[in-house]
Every structure is written in C-alpha cells, then in structure tokens.
Design a protein. Structure first.
Ligand code: ADP
Length: 223
C-alpha cells in the first residue's frame, strides 16, 4: 500500500500518519522528521535545511528529492509506505512519479486533509513535540500531556518547533497555497485524491482516512 498524505501545516498529518502507518503496518516517511534528524545530528544537509525551515521556506528540491530517493530505496518500504510532507511542489511530484515508475510501482491513494487556515494557526501555536520521539505529538489545549512539559509515552521533554511561531506559520501557509495545492490538482487528474475534513477529533479523521484507503484498495483490486 502506497499512500500520500497532503494538507497544510497543522492539518494533523503527523498525528494521522503515525496511526495510519501502524494500522497498515507500513513505513511512515516524513520529510520534516528526516530533516529534523539531520539538524539534530548537525550534518551538512541538516544545516542547509535549517536555514530554510526556520523561516518557513521549502528546502531546495535537489536536497529533498535526494533524501526521499534514498529513503524509498531501503528494503523496509517494500510492503508500502505513507509519505507525509512529500511531494510539496510539482517538481517533487514529478520526481516521485519517476521514482515509482522506475520500480514499477504506483501510488494507491492520496488523502488531502482539509482545514480552515484560522484553525491551523491556533493548532500550531499550541503544538508540542517530544524530543525523544517526534512522533509523540501533543497540544497544550486539545491533547495536553498528563504532566506539563513531559511526554506521556516515554517521559521525554516536550518542545515547540522553531518554525511553529506565528509569523513563520503564515509564510508556510502561503508556500502551501502557491506550491503544494497544485500537487493536489496533479493527483486529482490521476483520480487518486480523496478530501478528508480534518477539523474533527483525531479518531473521526482517522476513521475517514482508513475508509478512503480501503475504498481505494477495492478499486485497485477491481482494476
Ligand atoms: P508541516 O507539515 O507542519 O509544515 P513538516 O514537518 O512536514 O511540517 O515540515 C517542516 C518543514 O520542513 C517545512 O516547512 C519545510 O521547510 C521543510 N520540508 C518538509 N518537507 C519538505 C519538502 N517535501 N520539500 C521541501 N521542504 C520540506
């Protein structure tokens, strides 16, 4: 199963991606997380990415496409994968089409998480991540940890991403509108997109996402 998750920052991609990938036993691949790992390790790639990420701009395509190409070449993706945060512009989408075509595979479905921009700003301002495992995500109001500042799952420190400040969020939304929305159209034209309203509770959004995935499996089997 090869699933792509698209949506503006704060739509809940990371939260849903972890759950969907666990449900389907496939790899969760987040370009944002891959870059943050590089930043923490202080690699050259991480330094390059950080100068763009902290001001809300996209990391250059040649860097991003290289990171994804390497990640998708690893054997653990054979059962499938869920891409979270890639592709984010048309050039990346075409590169992904090429990578998949060269391994004679294709995407099964694209889930487009939809959410009003005002809610995005509210959600991101309260978002906190675990330093030990960034897949553990909290919100100061909607899903607060039991002990303030500590992760419920592993006890790690919670922190706010430096690109989650309000001014940067507005820039990320602009980039989403101009660069990433055309990617949705690109996959619409291939009949792969299901819009998922992402305003409701986590479980409700998850149920809709899983429903769309199983419908797409039905379609794939019919073909
Ligand atoms: P969000 O979806 O909340 O914006 P991510 O963790 O997916 O957060 O991404 C954080 C930042 O990493 C983005 O704002 C961007 O700077 C960079 N990034 C992530 N994915 C890509 C990509 N596919 N192409 C270019 N830059 C990316």
């Amino acid at each position: 199963m090869r699933v792509l998750l698209i949506g503006p920052p704060g739509a809940g991609k990371g939260t849903q991606a972890v759950r969907i990938a666990a449900h389907l036993s496939i790899q969760h691949i987040s370009t944002g997380d891959l870059f943050r790992e590089h930043i923490d390790r202080g690699t050259e790639l991480g330094q390059r990415a950080h100068t763009r990420i902290r001001v809300g701009l996209l990391v250059p395509d040649e860097v991003t496409i290289g990171v994804i190409n390497d990640r998708l070449a690893r054997p653990d993706t054979e059962r499938g994968f869920l891409l979270d945060g890639f592709p984010r512009n048309l050039r990346q989408a075409r590169a992904l089409d090429g990578i998949l075509a060269s391994s004679r595979s294709r995407l099964d479905t694209v889930l487009d998480l939809r959410i009003p921009e005002a809610e995005v700003v509210r959600r991101i301002a309260g978002r906190r991540l675990c330093r030990r495992d960034r897949e553990h995500i909290f919100h100061v109001d909607h899903s607060p940890p039991e002990v303030a500042g500590a992760c419920d799952v592993c006890g790690g420190d919670l922190y706010q991403r430096d690109d989650d400040r309000e001014a940067t969020v507005h820039r990320r939304l602009e980039v989403y509108r101009s660069e990433t929305e055309p990617v949705v159209d690109h996959y619409e034209a291939q009949g792969l997109v299901t819009a998922i309203p992402a305003l409701g509770p986590v479980q409700e959004v998850l149920d809709q996402a899983l429903g769309a995935i199983s419908r797409s499996q039905g379609v794939a089997e019919d073909c």
